[in-house]
Design a protein. Structure first.
Length: 180
């Protein structure tokens, strides 16, 4: 009789452990899918940033040479944002650089007589483009994806099932959109 009781107890323990592991895998996998679903919103916001920066370069092309340092930096930042193989951290770095470099290019252009004498480009350089860049920067920084990824990672680090998912089941934390 003791032999059957021991097997029953062992079988019960295996079922409980298996259920905990399966539950952790299923729960954290589902949560990760929900985080990944918010990524499309971030991509859309980044596309808006790219379009804004191309508008800056289009206006700049009429007033500064493409060899201008600020112009080249904005173009390089755009390449970083558009690179398909870039990590989110690299894109976040390019996004931060774009904010700084595009603002510098716009400031430089605002001082040019050719811009001051062109009412349309002066309006773009002093009002429209800085506002577009500022708004798209704010929306990108507050993206739902960033919040979802940070919350997922925080919950995953703070629970036993999260520890199981990370260390035993190979579920990785969500990559956050922030520069290193």
């Amino acid at each position: 009789m003791k032999f059957k009781t021991g097997w029953a107890f062992a079988f019960m323990v295996i079922l409980v452990v298996g259920s905990v592991i399966f539950g952790a895998f299923r729960g954290w996998s589902d949560e990760r899918v929900r985080v990944n679903e918010t990524y499309a919103g971030l991509e859309s916001m980044l596309q808006t940033r790219v379009e804004s920066a191309y508008n800056v370069l289009a206006v700049a092309k009429r007033h500064v040479p493409e060899t201008d340092d600020a112009y080249r930096r904005v173009a390089q930042d755009l390449n970083g944002l558009e690179a398909k193989a870039s990590t989110l951290a690299q894109k976040a770095q390019a996004n931060e650089s774009l904010s700084r470099d595009a603002a510098q290019l716009l400031d430089n252009m605002a001082q040019l007589d050719s811009v001051k004498n062109d009412s349309r480009d002066n309006m773009y350089v002093t009002n429209y483009l800085p506002q577009m860049l500022s708004e798209s920067e704010a929306k990108t920084a507050g993206a739902v994806y960033n919040q979802a990824a940070a919350e997922f990672n925080s919950r995953m680090k703070g629970t036993f099932s999260g520890w199981i998912a990370r260390n035993l089941l190979g579920i990785k934390p969500a990559e956050e959109f922030k520069a290193q």
